[in-house]
Design a protein around this ligand. Structure first.
Ligand code: MD3
Ligand code: FE
Length: 212
């Protein structure tokens, strides 16, 4: 399939379709499988409201639990999360340079990896637990999803709906960093099993927490 051209959805929000090679996707799927096993296993995050997220999440570098980052996963098994490998931070730097068209300082210290089965989704939210305005890098692998990119004021309209497919890169920086966004739907059976993911969708986000 011929990838769509790169597109700036909103100031600082750049979609780069087909950015990851099939080999890179395979490597990331394999790595995610290993991280999902531990030291802090992948799980459905429980919200303070008592709700349970439908996506399953594993974290590197820092552990995210609503709504803070810690080194130790108190809400899972009390173990320290795995380090963020240097090669993944380097991939993040290449991603930002690829999307913005110039090299810049970018040193992500956490990765949040979400797995979506056919039913999973993510409601509209802002990511504001980080104390840094550095961009968020998002990498998608597996089934296509509907991604909803909103505005910084409300959960509702105006928003732009974008299909994210396997290998797509999205970088959210500048004024887009605090925009509401969500994943209303995944389309089961749309991924290429050659990635190593037989079903479902993986999303990796790289972030700078600003914590130490
Ligand atoms: C826009 N993940 O982990 S990735 C999340 O596909 C999250 O799993 C979704 O939202 C997913 O918080 C969407 C795209 C994304 C990620 C972070 C953002 C968009 C963003 C941060 C700020 C603005
Ligand atoms: Fe988010």
């Amino acid at each position: 399939m011929i990838p769509l051209p790169m597109r700036e959805i909103a100031p600082g929000a750049v979609h780069v379709p087909g950015w990851l090679t099939l080999d890179e996707q395979r490597h990331l799927v394999e790595a995610c499988r290993e991280w999902a096993r531990g030291p802090v296993p992948i799980r459905h995050t429980v919200l303070p409201s008592g709700g349970v997220m439908s996506v399953q999440t594993v974290c590197l570098g820092w552990h995210w639990q609503p709504y803070r980052y810690t080194r130790v996963a108190h809400d899972v098994n009390g173990r320290r999360v795995a380090d963020l490998p240097g090669w993944l931070a380097e991939l993040g730097r290449r991603a930002v340079a690829g999307a913005y068209g110039h090299e810049m300082e970018y040193d992500p210290d956490t990765a949040l990896i979400n797995f979506y089965d056919g039913q999973a989704k993510m409601g509209m939210h802002q990511d504001k637990d980080e104390r840094s305005d550095a961009p968020v890098v998002s990498l998608s692998i597996g089934d296509t999803c509907l991604f909803r990119f909103g505005n910084t004021e409300t959960r509702g309209r105006p928003y732009t709906d974008v299909r994210l497919t396997s290998g797509d890169l999205f970088v959210f920086g500048g004024p887009s960093r605090l925009a509401y966004h969500g994943v209303p739907k995944v389309y089961p059976g749309t991924g290429d099993p050659a990635t190593g993911l037989a079903s479902g969708r993986l999303n990796l986000t790289l972030r700078v927490t600003g914590l130490r």
